[in-house]
Design a protein around this ligand. Structure first.
Ligand code: DGD
Ligand code: CLA
Ligand code: PID
Ligand code: PID
Ligand code: PID
Ligand code: PID
Ligand code: PID
Ligand code: PID
Length: 312
């Protein structure tokens, strides 16, 4: 297709740049400017809306392209192969073309809103500046091809199941865990701190398991989960806590996407994340809330998971 061909030209223009970026640099975990969690949540919300509007088949293909690209990472900077670089760009270009332009610009503008104007120039200073400019020129040509192939209207929303076993179980889980949810500090910057005693290459391997799980999920249910998160963001209070009803809908939606993949795929994520998460991390989280409420929430989860497993 045209986007695939354009991605090859983008690769010619941008792979030198890609090789020069230090993808293992911990700086990419930082906020791109002042830490502003509520504004950042707005930007994430725009990404969720864009994801919910995207063609599920193309999202799945993009996830698969990333999984393949992680498999060809080499060298100290963590760069993927030239062929996989092109395949990722092509897949993302197709995802972008599957949503109306305004949804894409809403993401750009809301991310711009939380990005210090000095950030692009600083990024450029870490690589060969001429290669960055060559890459950007390639991007500008690529985006014209994407725009030419872009839809103008959003497709149908997801169909949301109702009255299913997971929906019923989600009510019990939510009742058991909402007191805990309200005690968590959602506006803390602790979630942007590096995990202790691990490295970027190890974390990428764990994220790869999530990408694989995402690529195997039922596309309609994944879209429904994105919609539920968007709605939940719309009902947060000043401390970032969503309403009890929206929380329940999020739990139900997540339970359904988990049930849509094999158990082993879920356990691969759990085991990979456990391997990069020092025990001090959950203990630190636990220390900040009422322990009885956390234990009640955990009990609720362990009951919920049996229902999920029963329909998996
Ligand atoms: C950039 C963009 C990269 C900056 C990276 C910041 C992104 C951080 C993302 C954090 C999100 C949080 C998610 C994580 C959550 C973690 C949870 C625990 O360098 C601009 C200005 C605005 C930049 C900020 C907006 C970037 C938006 C990018 C994508 C958004 C999605 C990313 C989400 C991440 C998550 C993914 C899953 O646009 O951009 C560089 C540009 O900066 C440079 O400016 C451009 C002007 O916009 C353009 O108008 C023009 O002036 C151009 O061109 C210069 O500069 C000129 C000529 O016009 C050209 O013809 C050509 O000759 C050129 O010069 C050659 O140099
Ligand atoms: Mg990605 C984008 C890393 C998995 C879907 N992703 C980005 C970039 C960053 C990144 C490079 C955001 C920061 C930025 O804009 O820099 N993703 C990244 C990693 C992983 C991952 C490390 C781990 C596996 N992503 C992943 C998965 C999905 C996505 C699984 C779902 C399928 N990701 C996704 C989308 C988008 C990203 C939809 C974006 O739109 C965003 C992005 O790239 O926006 C431009 C700048 C970008 C780059 C350095 C890489 C692109 C290089 C282009 C082609 C040329 C360079 C131009 C110029 C020099 C800089 C960009 C200017 C900008 C205004 C366009
Ligand atoms: C400027 C000035 C003009 C010239 C110009 C110009 C530049 C404009 C630009 C630009 C626009 C632009 C847009 C970009 C958009 C990036 C969008 C990224 C979206 C990320 C998402 C993430 C996610 C997911 C995902 C799916 C999940 C939901 C999420 C489901 C159902 C200024 C050059 C025209 C870069 C959507 C993918 C996993 C949240 O206009 O003179 O330069 O860049 O998890 O959904 O699972
Ligand atoms: C524009 C203007 C509007 C019209 C429009 C428009 C277009 C927007 C577009 C577009 C946005 C867009 C985004 C693209 C992003 C591509 C990002 C590619 C990333 C590739 C990576 C590869 C890799 C790896 C990997 C992980 C490793 C690092 C690597 C570590 C730690 C402008 C059409 C709406 C194409 C990250 C995955 C293995 C490098 O808005 O008018 O057209 O395209 O090895 O990580 O090792
Ligand atoms: C300039 C002027 C214009 C011309 C121009 C220009 C240059 C702009 C540039 C540039 C922008 C730019 C951006 C780059 C962005 C790279 C983003 C990489 C993201 C990598 C990640 C990696 C990671 C992980 C991971 C998970 C870990 C955390 C991490 C935990 C809990 C100035 C040329 C346009 C290079 C996210 C995945 C392992 C961080 O605009 O005229 O030149 O470069 O380890 O999670 O550990
Ligand atoms: C233990 C001991 C026994 C008792 C026991 C026990 C506990 C096991 C546990 C547990 C397992 C477990 C699993 C959990 C799994 C979480 C998985 C999260 C996945 C996240 C994903 C994120 C993503 C996306 C997304 C879609 C995108 C891709 C991504 C596309 C196409 C130890 C109790 C049985 C918690 C997939 C969603 C946006 C990456 O066994 O004695 O306690 O928890 O962006 O894909 O867009
Ligand atoms: C298990 C054992 C195997 C069998 C198995 C199994 C099950 C795994 C499961 C499962 C995993 C799982 C995960 C669930 C996760 C639910 C998460 C809910 C999160 C809700 C949030 C709501 C909110 C917001 C929001 C953003 C705001 C904060 C909030 C800010 C900054 C165990 C079956 C495979 C159910 C986060 C979105 C508005 C709070 O593996 O043998 O069954 O379920 O307001 O952000 O303000
Ligand atoms: C213990 C012992 C057992 C019993 C037990 C137990 C407890 C474990 C616990 C606990 C675990 C736990 C985990 C918690 C996790 C919360 C995660 C929240 C994530 C929030 C994020 C928010 C954000 C943003 C956002 C984007 C911004 C960055 C942020 C940028 C660029 C010990 C009870 C089982 C509470 C990610 C979205 C706005 C950070 O196991 O016997 O009690 O709690 O602002 O992006 O700015």
């Amino acid at each position: 297709d045209e986007i695939g061909d354009a991605a090859k030209k983008l690769g010619d223009a941008s792979y030198d740049f890609a090789k020069e970026v230090d993808w293992n640099n911990g700086i990419f975990l930082q906020a791109p400017g002042k830490f502003q969690p509520l504004k950042a949540l707005k930007a994430i919300d725009k990404m969720i809306e864009m994801g919910a509007a995207a063609d599920p088949k193309l999202l799945k293909a993009a996830a698969e392209a990333h999984h393949k690209a992680i498999g060809s990472i080499s060298g100290p900077n963590g760069v993927t192969s030239r062929a996989d670089w092109d395949a990722v760009n092509a897949a993302l270009g197709r995802v972008v073309a599957s949503v109306p332009k305004a949804k894409v610009m809403d993401v750009y503008n809301s991310v711009k809103d939380i990005t210090d104007p000095g950030v692009p120039a600083y990024m450029k200073s870490l690589v060969n500046g001429a290669d960055a400019e060559k890459a950007y020129a390639g991007f500008l040509a690529f985006k014209d091809v994407v725009e030419k192939n872009q839809v103008t209207a959003v497709g149908a929303p997801a169909t949301v199941p109702s009255g299913d076993k997971i929906g019923v179980a989600a009510k019990a889980l939510s009742d058991a865990s909402y007191p805990f949810l309200k005690e968590v500090d959602w506006l803390s910057d602790v979630y942007l701190k590096p995990l202790p005693d691990t490295t970027a290459p190890k974390v990428v391997k764990a994220i790869d398991k999530m990408i694989v799980m995402g690529s195997q999920m039922d596309g309609n249910l994944l879209k429904a989960a994105a919609q539920a998160h968007h709605k939940a963001i719309g009902s947060i209070d000043a401390k970032g806590v969503t309403s009890a009803a929206d929380y329940e809908a999020v739990n139900a939606a997540i339970g359904r996407i988990v049930a849509s993949v094999p158990k082993a795929t879920v356990m691969d994520v759990y085991n990979a994340m456990a391997a990069v998460t020092d025990g001090s991390v959950p203990n630190n989280m636990f220390s900040k809330v009422n322990p009885l409420d956390a234990v009640a929430a955990a009990k609720g989860f362990y009951t919920f998971k049996d229902v999920v497993e029963s329909v998996q």
